[in-house]
Design a protein around this ligand. Structure first.
Ligand SMILES: Nc1ncnc2c1ncn2[C@@H]1O[C@H](COP(=O)(O)OP(=O)(O)OP(=O)(O)O)[C@@H](O)[C@H]1O
Ligand SMILES: [Mg+2]
Length: 326
């Protein structure tokens, strides 16, 4: 692992316009986030539905304009590129989209699907049949799957085809949006192992996006937890799991306890209601759901830092206050 990041996201914001022509305003799908990923590293973005994970991924991939901040890939700014320039970037930064089967064209064979990146990027000179066999083998599928169609694949096989497409052009970074969604637990593990294995063999960096913190435990070096378009906690995954500092991280972890009988998790139940992006809470934006919330949290935004909380949890913290400070 070298120190120079392959990807740097600095204070990135994505604003979506709302309202009609007369009453224009904007909501922030991503509200100013910063992180970097080094070559060979796996970085995870975790958070509930609507927290802004996909919007951030689309912004990095140039599919969504940003309204503030900068994005740097392999030393170059990429947030201000035109279509042709961004296409060149996508040779080295590939995106696996959220819906595994739906993102594969039903009328293309697996062989055509995995070699499509070569056609898109004008590399037809290659022996595409040999490339298809090579890529399918890399992702653990028989080479003769090249003649199959997406509807003939299981969910896990479709995901492997998605991975083969993502690695076709030998990228430096893969962004995988919910790579295990909709798969059986055992198949989820297989797909994560495959991604991890390829990262090591090909020296890739990865950004993995998921709802489920436990999906990332064994594959992500560092993790950021998103809430309402912001990072509430960012840090080393192992350390975060052993000792979550933000109440939201602790709640996500306790909502999905690991099957470890030695670990006693007090279940932390959050009020279900996620605030609307149209009406962000004052003070700490998490205070309306925080089991530990105090008066200060209602009025004052937490200071910037790796844990966006006035009262970060420490090991052996007091149990939650049952009624959140609404
Ligand atoms: N084009 C758009 N216009 C307006 N609002 C949008 C647009 N795209 C996303 N949003 C809003 O931005 C917020 C973040 O959405 P996003 O899809 O990034 O969440 P997510 O974390 O990926 O959720 P999920 O886990 O369900 O995939 C949501 O409130 C969503 O409604
Ligand atoms: Mg999403």
């Amino acid at each position: 692992m070298t120190d120079a990041p392959i990807l740097s996201v600095d204070d990135v914001q994505v604003a979506f316009p709302v309202g009609g022509l007369m009453k224009r305003s904007a909501i922030l799908g991503v509200a100013g986030v910063s992180f970097s990923v080094r070559p060979g590293e796996t970085f995870a973005l975790v958070g509930e539905s609507g927290s802004g994970k996909t919007t951030l991924a689309r912004a990095i991939n140039g599919l969504q304009a940003i309204s503030r901040g900068t994005i740097t890939f392999d030393g170059d700014r990429i947030d201000n590129l035109n279509k042709a320039q961004m296409k060149a970037v996508r040779k080295r930064m590939s995106m696996m989209f959220q819906d595994p089967v739906g993102s594969l064209s039903p009328r293309m064979t697996v062989g055509d699907l995995v070699t499509e990146p070569f056609r898109i990027h004008g590399a037809e000179g290659r022996d595409l049949r040999a490339e298809a066999a090579r890529l399918l083998t890399l992702v653990g599928l028989p080479a003769d799957f090249a003649t199959r169609y997406p509807h003939q694949l299981s969910g896990g096989q479709a995901r492997r085809v998605g991975v083969a497409r993502a690695i076709a052009l030998d990228p430096a970074l893969i962004i995988a949006d919910e790579p295990t969604a909709g798969l059986d637990v055992s198949v989820q593990g297989e797909v994560l192992n495959l991604l991890n294995d390829l990262r090591e063999r090909l020296g890739l960096a990865m950004v993995i996006i998921t709802h489920n913190l436990h999906v990332v435990h064994h594959v992500a070096d560092r993790t950021a937890v998103m809430y309402l378009g912001r990072f509430v906690e960012i840090g080393e995954t192992e350390e975060m799991f052993a000792n979550p500092h933000h109440p939201y991280t602790a709640a996500l972890l306790s909502a999905n306890p690991e099957p470890d009988p030695d670990k006693v998790h007090d279940r932390i139940t959050l009020p279900a209601e996620v605030p609307s992006l149209l009406a962000r809470p004052e003070g700490c934006e998490f205070h309306t759901r925080c089991p530990w919330g105090k008066e200060k949290c209602r009025v004052e935004a937490p200071p910037p830092g790796d844990v966006a909380c006035h009262f970060p949890l420490e090991p052996g913290a007091d149990p939650p206050i049952t009624e959140p400070a609404l």
